[in-house]
Design a protein around this ligand. Structure first.
Ligand SMILES: C[S@@+](CC[C@H](N)C(=O)[O-])C[C@H]1O[C@@H](n2cnc3c(N)ncnc32)[C@H](O)[C@@H]1O
Length: 322
């Protein structure tokens, strides 16, 4: 039997799942369970969980990116569990989607952010390292692109969002540069934006350990995809469902359901940490991991994406016996 130390190999996936063994240990999936992967991506985590819940278990996969979702569904279907249900859309709607199908999750994973396949594709505009259109939408079929946001937001709103989502100390200078530049010509490409940020940094660019555009690109991606709004809605849905489980009312979370969330920056991790702490304090959930689990040095060396990953997990308590 394949031990969960390594992802089931799929050389074409283009994305290495982070904290793989740690996620499987936290979720502890078993035969016949309903597994909800809120961010299916390339199906790395999901294929292993599906193998463990097979043949009677049911995987339910969500992704904003139709290409990733189709890839993950196909990969997971080969793992031997029931045919996966794929939901193209935001995980913010998980409660509605599960309730409408009468399903209760036993294990839930959210591996937040973007997949390597998305950042590596120049046409998605997610990387300052690759010249491409400034799109940044994880679901390219809906919503405003980063170029549209840069063209329409006020200087103040731009400075606010780069401060809030990028924690960028030079946000005001960067916003001023963007507004001066767009008055001359629209900012349409990743290279144009990266150059503008570098200009705003001036001589500070040499002293910066990371690329000067790192924080601005992160901030724009978070804003374009309303990532904090979606995470807030998800955590709210989890808390409300856990309360229903605790009260013995119908809920999309089964008693004993295990929930694991991986965040990649402090804003995400703070929200997850607070929500899980509130659930524990109000007796709705117990801790599975004490605090956040981070990648080993070996994993971080092999996969730079893992360096900023933080995994937190809780277990939903069953109805209280009064
Ligand atoms: C880090 S990847 C997941 C990788 C996956 N665990 C694997 O092993 O291949 C994150 C995925 O979540 C998706 N995503 C991001 N925000 C989302 C949201 N609000 N709802 C649904 N999917 C989302 C992205 O499109 C991306 O495919």
């Amino acid at each position: 039997m394949n031990e969960p130390n390594q992802p089931i190999s799929d050389g074409s996936a283009g994305h290495v799942p982070v904290l793989f063994r740690e996620v499987i240990e936290a979720l502890r999936p078993s035969r016949g369970q309903v597994y909800v992967d809120l961010t299916a991506g390339r199906g790395g985590h999901a294929a292993e969980v599906a193998r463990t819940i097979a043949p009677t278990g049911l995987p339910v996969l969500f992704d904003l990116d139709a290409g990733n979702l189709a890839y993950a569904c196909e990969r997971v279907a080969r793992a031997g569990a029931r045919t996966p249900i794929g939901v193209h859309g935001s995980f913010a709607s998980v409660g509605r989607e599960l309730d409408s199908r009468g399903l209760q999750a036993d294990a839930v994973l959210a591996d937040l952010g973007f997949a390597s396949t998305q950042v590596d594709d120049p046409s998605r505009g997610l990387s300052f390292m690759r010249e491409g259109p400034l799109d940044m939408r994880l679901d390219p079929s809906s919503g405003m692109t980063a170029a549209e946001l840069l063209a329409s937001a006020s200087e103040r709103d731009l400075a606010d969002l780069v401060t809030r989502y990028g924690e960028e100390p030079l946000a005001r200078r960067i916003a001023a540069k963007i507004v001066a530049s767009r008055a001359v010509a629209p900012i349409k490409t990743t290279a144009q934006l990266a150059d503008l940020v570098r200009e705003a940094y001036g001589s500070r660019a040499h002293a910066s350990r990371m690329h000067p555009a790192t924080k601005t690109f992160q901030a724009l991606r978070i804003a374009v995809n309303d990532e904090m709004g979606a995470l807030d809605a998800l955590l709210d849905s989890i808390q409300r469902a856990a309360q229903r489980t605790h009260d013995g009312r119908p809920s999309w979370l089964a008693p004993g359901a295990r929930i694991a969330i991986i965040g990649f920056h402090s804003l995400e991790d703070r929200l997850v940490k607070q929500a899980f702490a509130t659930m524990r304090k109000s007796g709705l959930a117990s801790e599975i991991l004490s605090g956040a689990v981070v990648a080993t040095e070996a994993e971080s060396a092999a996969n730079p994406r893992a360096r900023s990953a933080k995994l937190r997990a809780v277990m939903v308590d069953g109805p209280s016996k009064v």
